[in-house]
Design a protein around this ligand. Structure first.
Ligand SMILES: Nc1ncnc2c1ncn2[C@@H]1O[C@H](COP(=O)(O)OP(=O)(O)OP(=O)(O)O)[C@@H](O)[C@H]1O
Ligand SMILES: [Mg+2]
Length: 263
């Protein structure tokens, strides 16, 4: 299968304010097939957000190249939806207008748009909040609005940077399952960053484990557990193996049991 997203030898260097050269990503290569669900895990500062921003067309690699369908990514593309680590809503616009924003930018607003946005808001438990301002919402609620905004134009590629980080544990599990349902109904290529190993495994076809700075790919783990999945599947042996391997990679061989609490 040809790759939907192709990342070839990507290095990204930042010049910090005090003149240091920070190598955020070093020689990262990854091919993602259409409709694959990839999760990205690794320690803080290993370049996960940087990689997502490159695929989103928000920043360019220093060297190497990322492409979608063979076309180099030089700017944000309409077939991509992104959920940032922080909600980044327009503070002056209502919840509804925030969700509709991508359609408005693409001149794709029509008579069905408001219904579509309302259906997404219902999905994330925010019916009745359409007319509210983002500042009237909690952090977790704002993040759910941002998730609706990323989905409203039905993107083929969904980039999600710790989208459920601000949610309470229960809502987080619900949203994880909801995302799997949405993806199952209308498959799309997903690149999803998380700090939760169990979330990474329950969602993914492949888990990409990154090493500390300079960010590189330490290992790619296939999760062969059949779908549909749930967190109840966690006792499953393929699940367990994948989880253990990721813990080994992140916490080191000797700290596997200590790492369990952190995951
Ligand atoms: N615009 C920037 N200017 C300077 N340095 C940057 C910039 N963006 C990222 N970095 C640096 O690049 C490295 C990787 O950052 P990045 O945000 O990609 O990490 P991350 O894996 O997403 O971390 P976290 O899990 O904490 O979100 C960090 O050392 C960070 O300080
Ligand atoms: Mg990040």
């Amino acid at each position: 299968m040809t790759a939907m997203i192709s990342i070839k030898g990507v290095t990204r260097v930042f010049d910090s304010r005090d003149g240091d050269r920070i190598v955020a990503l070093q020689d990262v290569s990854l091919d993602i097939a259409a409709n694959q669900f990839i999760t990205l895990v690794g320690p803080s500062g290993c370049g996960k957000s940087t990689l997502l921003r490159i695929v989103a067309g928000l920043i360019l690699p220093t060297s190497g190249e990322a492409s979608i369908g063979g076309v180099p990514i030089r700017e944000p593309r309409p077939e991509t939806g992104i959920v940032f680590q922080a909600p980044t809503l327009l503070p002056w616009a209502s919840v509804m207008d925030n969700v509709l924003f991508p359609l408005r930018m693409m001149h794709r607003i029509d008579s069905t748009s408001a219904d579509k946005a309302a259906a997404l808001l219902k999905l994330v438990g925010l019916s009745g909040f359409e007319g509210k301002s983002p500042r009237e919402l909690s952090g977790g609620m704002q993040q759910r609005v941002a998730i609706c905004r990323a989905l409203v134009h039905e993107p083929d590629i969904l980039l999600m940077d710790e989208p459920f980080g601000a949610l309470d544990a229960l809502t987080r599990e619900e949203m994880t399952m909801e995302l799997l349902r949405i993806w199952g109904e209308r498959p799309k290529t997903v690149l999803f960053v998380t700090h939760s190993i169990s979330e990474a495994v329950v969602l993914a076809d492949r888990v990409v484990v990154m090493s500390p700075r300079p960010g590189r790919i330490a290992e790619i783990i296939d999760v062969r557990t059949p779908r549909p999945r749930s967190f109840d599947t966690e006792g499953n042996s393929t699940f367990h193996e994948a989880t253990q391997r990721i813990r080994q990679l992140i916490f080191g061989q000797r700290n596997v049991s200590a790492g369990r609490a952190a995951a």
